[in-house]
Design a binder for this molecule. Structure first.
Ligand code: NAD
Ligand code: IPM
Ligand code: MN
Length: 360
């Protein structure tokens, strides 16, 4: 059997720190005999520094050739003043679009051991297991026209276009219903249908898709209400399907139900389940270089890679179990530690997870 080829893009600020821990997981699995190989590439600010572009041709080629991609995080203050077209974030959007990674799975799973790290009461979040499915290659992120102009009376003006086509909505809808079939058979489609034309179309198309899935219950919710319901009674949700911008915001919100944004992994998949895997958080410039970043979201993203791209749910489960084990053992990075608890650094947390994995 030929090796699975993984392209690793550490990115910026805490990106390389958290990725180093994910690589330890890959090293362990390879030492056990898994047929894996990996190479490193540049994306984001690191790519701009090395090659003058946030998604350079070398990365494009390597990304197309890889079986799966692991990404740390990109962006940060060093790059904030660059022209829009070469900002790190543009590199990230570029690779998502280029590879057609339209389906972004962001599971929000509350570990019982961390119930007290959440800012909500234990009973509100205990047992929480929701899947936020975010459409990733459309919406106001990519709609045209966008830009700047000067109005007739001399004011600067910025504009973006929210845009969705029916096929784009339909394909993410199908992913949502398929996922719900394997879960609790409920899809909540989140939109702003009371205001936006894109959302009116979104809702119509979702209702159409639902006809093919009579065993799955479809409900609709406005995004403002969804933001409120997520903190009021998050366990009412099973699968949430939503557009690019709403999904970006709701998933960061959902991370705090679980205790920290440092915990949530993601998979971004194309039509063939080729994927890029990354934590949902950013490059955390405020803690970069201090060994404080929580590597769990990145390590869980490795698990998602095995499950979705390599059809190895068994390894994903082992990784999930190893993370649960270290949390059960009371190991905590600063973002999930209670006052007075011993705090582990990034590397110590990574080592603890690898050690637990070795024994699983
Ligand atoms: P962020 O997610 O980087 O950080 C928000 C807060 O969460 C910070 O206080 C940070 O310290 C904390 N945090 C994030 N990850 C953590 C981890 N693993 N462990 C412990 N704490 C963690 O969001 P931001 O500050 O709004 O953005 C910083 C930069 O990251 C920006 O340039 C932004 O564009 C970029 N960004 C990139 C991605 C990505 O690469 N996918 C995602 C979001 C933001
Ligand atoms: C994310 C990030 C990105 C997004 C940014 C950095 C472009 O916030 O991956 O959630 O908005 O998609
Ligand atoms: Mn985001």
């Amino acid at each position: 059997m030929s090796n699975k080829k993984i392209l690793i893009l550490p990115g910026d600020y805490i990106g390389p720190e958290i990725m180093a821990e994910a690589v330890k997981v890959l090293e362990l699995l390879r030492s056990e005999g898994e047929a894996l190989e990996w190479s490193f590439g540049h994306l984001g600010g690191a790519a701009y520094d090395a090659e003058g572009h946030p998604y350079p041709a070398s990365t494009q080629k390597a990304a197309r050739e890889a079986d799966a991609i692991l990404l740390g995080a990109v962006g940060g203050p060093k790059y904030d003043e660059l022209p829009r077209d070469v900002r790190p974030e543009r590199g990230l959007l570029g690779i998502r679009k280029d590879l057609g990674l339209f389906a972004n799975l962001r599971p929000a799973l509350a570990f019982d051991e961390l119930a007290d790290a959440s800012s909500l009461k234990r009973e509100v979040i205990e047992g929480l297991d929701i899947l936020i499915l975010r459409e990733l290659t459309g919406d106001i992120y990519f709609g045209q026209p966008r830009g700047r102009r000067t109005t007739a009376d001399g004011h600067a003006e910025g504009f973006d276009t929210m845009h969705y086509s029916a096929p784009e909505i339909e394909r993410i809808g199908r992913v949502a219903f398929e996922a719900a079939r394997k879960r609790n058979k409920r899809v909540c489609s989140v939109d702003k249908e009371n205001v936006l034309e894109t959302s009116r179309l979104w809702r119509e198309v979702m209702i159409g898709v639902a006809k093919d899935y009579p065993d799955v219950e479809l409900s609709h919710m406005y995004v403002d209400n969804a933001a409120m319901q997520l903190v009021r009674r998050p366990k009412q949700f099973d699968v949430i399907v939503t557009g690019n911008i709403f999904g970006d915001i709701l998933s960061d919100e959902a991370s705090m139900l679980c205790g920290s944004i440092g915990l949530l992994p993601s998979a971004s998949l194309d039509v063939n389940n080729k994927g890029m895997y990354e934590p949902i958080h950013g490059s955390a410039p405020d803690i970069a270089g201090q060994g404080k970043a929580n590597p769990i979201a990145t390590i869980l993203s490795v698990g998602m890679m095995f499950k979705y791209s390599f059809d190895r749910g068994d390894i994903a489960t082992r990784i999930d179990d190893a993370v649960k084990q270290v949390l059960k053992d009371g190991k905590r990075t600063g973002d999930i530690a209670a006052p007075g608890e011993t705090v582990l650094g990034t590397q110590a947390m990574g080592d603890a997870i690898v050690e637990a994995l070795r024994r699983k």
